[in-house]
Design a protein around this ligand. Sequence first.
Ligand SMILES: Cc1ncc(COP(=O)(O)O)c(C=O)c1O
Length: 406
Amino acid sequence: MTDEIVKQFPLLQRQQDGKRLVYLDSAATTQRPQTVLDAVRDFYEQNNANPHRGVYALGERATAAYEDARTEVASFLNAPREEVIFTRNATETLNLIAYSWGLQNLKAGDKVAVTILEHHSNLIPWQQVCRATGAQLIFLYTGPDGLLSDREIEQKITKEVKLVAFTHVSNVLGMVTPVEKITARAHEVGALCVLDCAQSAPHLRLDVAKLGVDFLAFSGHKLYAPLGIGVLWGRKELLEAMPPFLTGGDMIESVREQDATWAPLPEKFEAGTQNAGGAVGLAAAIRWMQGIGFDTIARREQVVYRYAWQALSHVPHVKLYGTPSGEHAGAIAFNVEGAHPHDVASILDADAVCVRAGHHCAQPLLHHLGMTACCRASFAVYNTCADVDALVESLQKVRKWLGYGA
Ligand SMILES: Cc1ncc(COP(=O)(O)O)c(C=O)c1O
């Protein structure tokens, strides 16, 4: 089974300086299986035209490919297709929600709540919109273990809070947040919920009917699809009441010299020529994941995650962040005592082991945890325990390379 999955990824067959490539940076972006690469290539070779424009047969095939991709995403999320909007990535989706919903609905005296776990993409748009509207941005803090307590949820989400924007999975610590508790509390006080699924979509089954949130965002490239395609899902009545985020071609109903009216959903939020090839690739990636099965994906990833946590916790001078208890998906953050994370990542790279080093676009979280940078090993369904062994073996060299002797 393992080989069967790994074999489907052309890039993972490559070597770096004669060494097997060990890719442990899937939280940044995943690799793509052959079937996704083929689907994109097939679109450009067989069906490429500008969707929603040409009335000729080729144009209609392009439109059909693009709209079929929307149907695939809608079934992946268990949502009506008109509630699925294509964007460039999760960042654009979160900006769309913040600027369109936020500017229209927030005012002085209101609060927007985020968690300290947020990626900058689910933080800065809210900072900006709060500044513009006079609303206050507040934080739900985790303990040092990265977990959010029930008390924090109860105490911070009060009736002044109009919206809670939070990540489903921390991109640094890999921990799954308590979605059910947060949404229950938010809805109790009449607030809306935005769920950032950038890090959960590759690992967990997303069913909007069960998640109970009001908006959701993810990027295709983190779940085996091409770069440059993302998704916004939102409840229809909210999306219908919101003004467009970007304006221009294809999002209008009619245009006069001084004003315009908007197309119905989903086109209202899809101004300009869309990334149809990316959408087709995203649909292929979703079919590929469904072919493996979400239970199988979760099971395989849990095995690798648990193995990695155990193995890394036994490497001398390695400090792990977060906790292995609770639900976990995709990532482990660590530092090597006395070594800058960039040095660690460069030394690992000499063994063709790819990990991310830096602040991971989560500077407030790192500050909260008392550090400025760390390394992150992140996993996808193609990773195996052999990848973890390679990481551990390479990590054991780091301090020697840096002259510590041990
Ligand atoms: C939790 C989280 N949210 C949002 C994003 C932004 O994703 P993108 O850069 O694809 O827009 C990321 C990217 O790493 C992320 O990890």
